[in-house]
Design a binder for this molecule. Sequence first.
Ligand code: HEC
Ligand code: HEC
Ligand code: HEC
Ligand code: HEC
Length: 414
Amino acid sequence: MHRITQMLATIVAASFVLQAQATRPPPKAGAAENAEPVTIFASPVEVKAGKAVARTECARCHGLDGVSVQEGVPNLASQHADYIYKELQEYKDGTRTHTRMRQSLRKLNDEALRQVAAYYFSLDLPTPPGAERTSAQGAGNDDAGMEDMTPAEAGKMASAGCASCHGQDGNSALPGMPSLAGQNLLYLANAMKAYREAGRKDSMMRPAVALLNDDTIENLALYYALQPPKASPTSPTGDAAKGQPLTKPCAECHGEDGNSPKPDTPSLAGQDSRYLATATLAYKNGTRDHSAMQSVVASLSDSDINDIAAYYASQTPKAGDARKPLTTAQWAERCDRCHGIDGNSIDPQIPSISSQREDYLVKAMTAYRERERGNTIMRAMLKPIKDIEIQNLAAHYAGKRRKAVVFVRMPCPK
Ligand code: HEC
Ligand code: HEC
Ligand code: HEC
Ligand code: HEC
């Protein structure tokens, strides 16, 4: 009895759907477009033939048990046979490029490819040790207790060295020092890059950002952009009432009240007045480069500049344009719509990603993002994703249990 159940399980597990070719009667004229896929169940003989192929051609990289032992090589055990077969064809015809994979497929005919796909699908993928920890702490789907580091949190960590000048949360209390809290996201990132590339000169900022990579700069910008801005506590030297009418030409870019609606233009509301005046002067005498700014401030006198600075400093700063990025759990919710519950896909054409090697998941996601691996859906999905989010998602799915039976049945309505 037990053996029969086992055999049945193997057969069912190894079932896979193919566009019917030889197994179907020739379609009637005009019926070709709506040809239904037909389920073909692999026989034990075919699975065994697949195992023989795997032993000689694939095992040294993918393992005979479908568990990879090499970095960058994916696990294949219990991966959908249709998906494996589709990828093998794509390696063979060069749609998906990988020299080693292409070489090992050269000798194999279509039947061998289908058999080896069925064989790997029939195998169970053992639960990785990491998954025990995940399910023990987070009780299955719920990741709330063990949040990964988000880009904003990474930015907060990187901001430790900035606090002495810009304040703990980006609200500076020092005269002459800009606040960063609630500033527009793109502007913050561009400003840091300008100091790093020496397009914008400042002896304090240059060393602070000289060694930062783009990712860290973007994380820092996000952290500061998300902090609630406070008006500077310093007292202005100019006259805000005199300054206001002079700001007419500035409103188009910086907003009536100094809260800029443009992502690449800084908000001025609530900023320290001494900093605003110094920055405006820097444009006027050409030490800070920006043609639009330079022409609009060219005719302002020193006292105009102080009055304008006092006006903007007295305005209430509003939160900028940054939106909180998705958490890993929120990302995963989107991925699960196609890849199945916890990455256990129920669509034979869509790969399961649960229990996959973490390094391979990182590699695959990065390849889609960088357009090295072609797939419109995945590219669109991953276009805006950050490295740190890729790492979080890879760890998330690598730690999920692969389930041999992934068909979750909805009970029929009465
Ligand atoms: C020399 C090592 C090597 C051999 C031999 C090899 N592979 Fe691979 N295989 C890889 C690597 C590396 C990748 C990942 C390539 C990439 O990132 O596109 C891969 C990817 C794959 C994928 C894509 C999986 C996915 O999740 O997208 C499939 C399917 C696959 N191999 C099946 C096979 C089969 C079947 C054989 C035997 C006929 C085989 N491979 C032989 C190294 C190998
Ligand atoms: C030693 C003090 C000091 C430290 C440390 C420092 N900054 Fe600055 N920062 C300044 C000063 C001064 C300016 C204004 C320079 C100028 O006039 O261009 C500035 C300007 C900036 C600006 C541009 C603000 C604007 O409104 O244009 C950004 C963004 C910034 N800093 C980010 C950072 C970050 C991020 C760090 C930490 C990695 C950091 N700073 C560390 C002193 C400092
Ligand atoms: C055409 C759009 C435009 C107009 C009009 C404009 N600005 Fe700007 N302003 C910008 C942009 C863009 C920047 C950022 C430039 C850079 O990266 O250095 C900027 C930067 C500034 C800064 C530096 C802020 C900081 O955080 O470092 C001050 C101060 C400023 N503008 C004041 C003014 C004043 C005062 C007026 C009106 C007299 C004005 N701007 C008119 C686009 C404009
Ligand atoms: C709209 C459906 C859809 C969504 C949503 C989706 N995927 Fe995919 N994914 C696919 C398809 C289809 C493939 C196979 C593409 C191919 O052949 O290269 C794929 C492939 C992958 C692969 C490669 C697997 C392998 O074995 O090589 C990874 C990793 C992946 N997706 C991760 C994700 C993550 C993480 C998310 C969420 C951020 C996500 N996907 C969202 C449909 C989707």
